[in-house]
Design a protein around this ligand. Structure first.
Ligand SMILES: Nc1ncnc2c1ncn2[C@@H]1O[C@H](COP(=O)(O)OP(=O)(O)OC[C@H]2O[C@@H]([n+]3cccc(C(=O)O)c3)[C@H](O)[C@@H]2O)[C@@H](O)[C@H]1O
Ligand SMILES: Nc1ncnc2c1ncn2[C@@H]1O[C@H](COP(=O)(O)OP(=O)(O)OP(=O)(O)O)[C@@H](O)[C@H]1O
Ligand SMILES: NC(=O)CC[C@H](N)C(=O)O
Length: 553
């Protein structure tokens, strides 16, 4: 028996773009063959993109995916790749079962060999927690799948199947496989790479065989897929791994029976700040490109949030595609305007100044708004300007709110909350500073000019909606606020537990009340990349109309 060369194709697909995804599969199959691979494996739902949500239920979509399978199989043979085993993911046929009246298809892995489908596997475990809703759209599979490739037995499963004990992996353990191949659509969250490898190690030990894990890469709405494909050996060590956030072909040889396992290159792990930063860059790039935009526009206030968003965008799509607008009011400080211009120069962004006072005055001449209403008017005039520029020049408008602000509703709805995408909505204010410092340090280490002006990092945060206003007039200091938010939101602790931790009662009551009252505002906030274990949106679903309040003991 000889080695079998396996290529894990960590590619970026686009939901619904069956034709382009099919071409990408063919292109990477050719690459794999050129590397001498006998098997190439693609991520979960490669033909359709992932996650497809209710597109799965459309008969026309199911037909298009089915037709693509045969087109790919035929083209592989036409290209002289009939001997290559291609393993990919797609949407399977609708199932008529007791719980499924025939509209729910399966989440399927297919094996193409010699111009035909020679095996198929339907995902057993359908994740239905966090961001996932797969029970709604898929019917579960029931049969395990073992491929015979050059006399070796390769078990095939899909993503969630390895996250659950029992099921197909347990069945395969009784069937003596030589390798487990796992096709994945595993969204990024900070530190998740370790959970994936730990899990794969457990499965490798159960099966007494290596596990090859191929994950997708790229942005899809609020999800970021980081790739990071890998192979772990029977002994639990990582044998080879791919870098995160880039397309990559990871080539590895399954050793002949009884021979020691082969090792390949290991991608160096990313620093935790770098991992989150790159995830957001990937999310922004994916959203911009896949939705047909070439450029973005945002208000540059001289503050840290808009500066970090602009720096991320310059890294994602190039500074020349970033349009910054300074929109000073009568309350804007000189340093805000200077810092905004400085930032734009550092990242090579387009920059213009559009004072808002004449427009605010025109409104006030008619309405004479007072207090918060007058403050919010300024943010709304800015929102109107950005949407106007988007309509006339075609840029995607970015909202710059961070997770701490979203949590407590500290933004003006239809004002600074306008936009199509919100890059840092899952990054709390403490991490906004950390990511900014990390990005500047990377530039300094490389002998480059740091993108973010130092004063934007060090100045006290201010909305500048009235003279001398700072965020801390209305909110606890951000380090304290972020701790309380983490306990109340991420860890779902109640009022009593927050007080038991030693937080001040007044702070707890204020924060809890602000968070509870802002659900409606969060529901209307633009999409943005999930980078934490619990992002607002699909991870945390609460009623908007709710009279539940944390009990006072
Ligand atoms: N449950 C509910 N369902 C639907 N709508 C609801 C609602 N509750 C209130 N509303 C509506 O919301 C309105 C109040 O919300 P909104 O107009 O946003 O205004 P509001 O939340 O009262 O004020 C905005 C706050 O954000 C601060 N801010 C603004 C801009 C930027 C920044 C920053 O630092 O980044 C901070 C500002 O200083 C102020 O404290 C109400 O007038 C009502 O129309
Ligand atoms: N003078 C301004 N010129 C341009 N845009 C502004 C201006 N003021 C506010 N904005 C926009 O509104 C967003 C909310 O800004 P604001 O200054 O009120 O709060 P912030 O949370 O401190 O944000 P930042 O740190 O970016 O200043 C900003 O990020 C920016 O996009
Ligand atoms: N696509 C899936 O089945 C993903 C679910 C899995 N728990 C993950 O996040 O990796």
């Amino acid at each position: 028996m000889v080695d079998i060369r396996i290529a894990l194709a960590q590619i970026d697909t686009c939901v619904g773009d069956v034709d382009t995804n099919s071409r990408t599969i063919l292109e990477w199959s050719r690459r794999a063959a050129a590397e001498g691979a006998q098997v190439v494996a693609f991520p979960e739902m490669t033909i359709t993109g992932y996650p497809i949500e209710d597109l799965a239920l459309r008969a026309s979509f199911q037909r298009a995916a089915r037709a693509a399978v045969q087109t790919i199989a035929d083209q592989l043979v036409a290209d002289g790749l009939g001997d290559l085993t291609v393993v990919l993911g797609t949407v399977g046929a609708p199932q008529v079962t007791r719980t499924s009246p025939g509209t729910r298809p399966t989440n399927q892995a297919l094996v193409l060999q010699g111009g035909a489908v020679t095996a198929s596997y339907d995902k057993h475990h359908l994740p239905n927690y966090g961001v996932f809703d797969e029970f709604r759209i898929f019917a579960p599979g029931a049969e395990p799948c073992v491929l015979e490739i050059q006399g070796r037995r390769v078990g095939l499963v899909v993503c969630e199947d390895i996250w659950q004990d029992g099921g197909p992996v347990a069945e395969l353990a009784a069937q003596e496989v030589d390798l487990l191949l796992v096709l994945n659509g595993s969204p990024f969250e900070e530190g998740k790479g370790h959970s994936r490898t730990d899990l794969a190690v457990r499965r490798a030990r159960e099966l007494r065989a290596p596990v090859a894990y191929v994950n997708m890469v790229g942005g899809q709405d609020d999800l970021v897929f980081d790739g990071g494909s890998f192979v772990v050996g029977e002994d639990g060590s990582v044998l080879t791994s791919a870098p995160q956030f880039v397309e990559h072909l990871l080539v590895w040889d399954l050793a002949a029976d009884g021979e020691p396992e082969h090792r390949g290159p290991i991608a160096p792990p990313l620093d935790p700040d770098e991992e989150v930063y790159q995830a957001i860059v990937t999310g922004v790039r994916g959203y911009v490109r896949k939705n047909g935009f070439r450029s973005v526009v945002l208000g540059l206030s001289g503050g840290i949030d808009s500066a970090l968003v602009a720096a991320i965008c310059a890294d994602a799509i190039g500074g020349d595609n970033v349009y910054g607008v300074s929109m000073p009011s009568t309350y804007s400080s000189e340093h805000s305007k200077d810092d905004a211009l400085d930032l734009a120069k550092r990242i090579g962004a387009h920059y213009r100044v559009q004072p808002i006072a004449p427009m605010v005055d025109a409104f006030q001449g008619e309405l004479d708004l007072q207090d918060v209403a007058a403050e919010n008017l300024q943010a709304r005039v800015r929102g109107m300007i950005l949407m106007g520029l988007s309509n006339s020049e075609g840029h995607l408008v970015l909202a710059t709110g961070n997770k701490s602000e979203l949590a407590v509703g500290y933004s003006t709805i239809y004002g600074d909350a306008v936009g199509g995408f919100a890059p840092i909505k899952d990054v709390d204010k403490s991490q906004v500073w950390a990511l900014s410092r990390w990005r500047n340090n990377v530039a300094l280490d490389a002998g480059q000019i740091p993108p973010i002006p130092e004063s934007s990092i060090t100045k006290p945060p201010s909305a500048e909606l009235r003279p001398g206003q700072v965020d801390q007039d209305s909110l606890p200091p951000y380090d304290l606020l972020d701790e309380v938010l983490d306990a109340y939101i991420e860890h779902a602790e109640g009022r009593a537990e927050l007080l038991a931790r030693g937080f001040d009662e007044e702070v707890v009551d204020k924060v809890v009340s602000l968070v509870d009252r802002a659900e409606w505002k969060r529901r209307q906030y633009p999409l943005g990349p999930k980078v934490t274990a619990l992002a607002f949106g699909r991870d945390r679903r609460l009623p908007v109309t709710s009279r539940w309040r944390e009990p006072h003991a």
